[in-house]
Design a protein around this ligand. Structure first.
Ligand code: SF4
Length: 331
């Protein structure tokens, strides 16, 4: 069932920190601060427009929601809660930092109908968290996650790929540690280096070197495959496209269809595992709806195999699902 969010962005006012990668104005793409009446106006419009209300949440994204002034937070929640319940929206979704979660905050969120809490974990390596000035530890993430689950909220965890001082091993370690916390959802954000951030300074000075784009796709594809294999839903890979981010990104892995690049890479790896060391022509069958992912953008997978002496044709077959494939040699 498709899930919808009515996204309301809370700019950087919500957060007393400044992480190495964060330029909240750029990320949220919104400079104005919403108030209760703005929430009511947005929700009133959405409630008449959205048919599938029971799969729709009002989502406060962009800053650290539970770090904002408490009166302001309850003003927003109170307005949103008027649109949650029978015949209205499913609930409220918020994103915040792990060190701004405690019993008092969780009871307040419960009271106003919050259903899902996403934590910006970013990395489970204390070395990487510290190098990127997150101001919290991996244990803070573990403790906050356990507390959120104990209150019955849906737990979402967000991780970044390619942070300053993060190695490939750190990315996979973070994936394993996040999976161990049993989140309901995960978001994977390959780094976009935005202007006016510490990452941008480090990048310009040569101190911070990024993976090349292809390596970032390979890592994110592996993370996606492994999270899904473990039954954890990956609800996003890559920042949402917005004019502000594309015009503020000076480097990094910003691409409007990053998830599709990763899905194509997964198909390439799976096909390759069967055809390694082979030459000739092959028909590859994939699940219905997976054709464009298996072929890749601009036929990248077809071209990739051609360069290794393999002539691949890809077709859909109703007997397959997910990343399942079936291969026949064409004589
Ligand atoms: S915690 Fe989130 S909002 Fe605050 S500075 Fe870091 S990335 Fe930005």
């Amino acid at each position: 069932m498709k899930h919808n969010n009515i996204a309301i962005f809370i700019p950087h006012i919500g957060c007393p920190h400044l992480c190495s990668f964060c330029n909240q104005v750029s990320i949220s793409g919104e400079k104005n601060i919403p108030h209760g009446e703005d929430v009511r106006r947005i929700c009133s419009l959405a409630i008449t427009d959205i048919y599938d209300k029971k799969n729709t949440e009002i989502a406060f994204f962009g800053g650290s929601f539970t770090a904002i002034d408490r009166d302001y937070m309850t003003e927003l929640l109170s307005a949103a809660s008027e649109f949650v319940g029978d015949g209205k929206f499913k609930g409220i979704r918020i994103s915040t930092r792990p060190d701004y979660i405690d019993d008092d905050i969780l009871m307040t969120l419960k009271h106003y109908g919050v259903t899902a809490i996403e934590l910006g974990a970013q990395s489970m390596s204390d070395k990487v968290l510290s190098a990127n000035e997150r101001g919290h530890s991996a244990d803070d993430i573990r403790e906050a996650s356990a507390l959120i689950k104990s209150y019955g909220f849906e737990l979402g965890l967000q991780m970044m790929v390619g942070l300053y001082q993060s190695t490939e091993a750190d990315e996979y370690y973070t994936m394993c540690e996040i999976a161990a916390l049993k989140p309901d959802t995960v978001r994977i954000y390959p780094v976009a280096v935005l202007q006016n951030t510490k990452l941008c300074e480090l990048y310009n000075s040569g101190e911070y070197k990024l993976y090349d784009f292809d390596k970032a796709v390979e890592i994110c594809a592996n993370l996606l495959y492994m999270f899904e294999f473990m039954g954890i839903r990956v609800i996003r890979i890559g920042l949402h496209s917005s004019e502000e981010v594309s015009s503020n990104a000076v480097a990094g892995f910003y691409h409007p269809a990053f998830k599709e690049l990763c899905e194509s890479r997964i198909f390439r790896t799976i096909i390759l595992s069967t055809l390694r060391e082979k030459k000739g022509s092959y028909m590859v069958y994939v699940a219905k709806g997976a054709l464009s992912k298996a072929i890749g953008q601009k036929k990248s997978n077809i071209e990739y195999f051609k360069q290794s002496g393999l002539n691949i044709t890809i077709k859909e077959s109703s007997g397959l699902n997910g990343y399942g494939i079936s291969i026949k040699e064409v004589k």
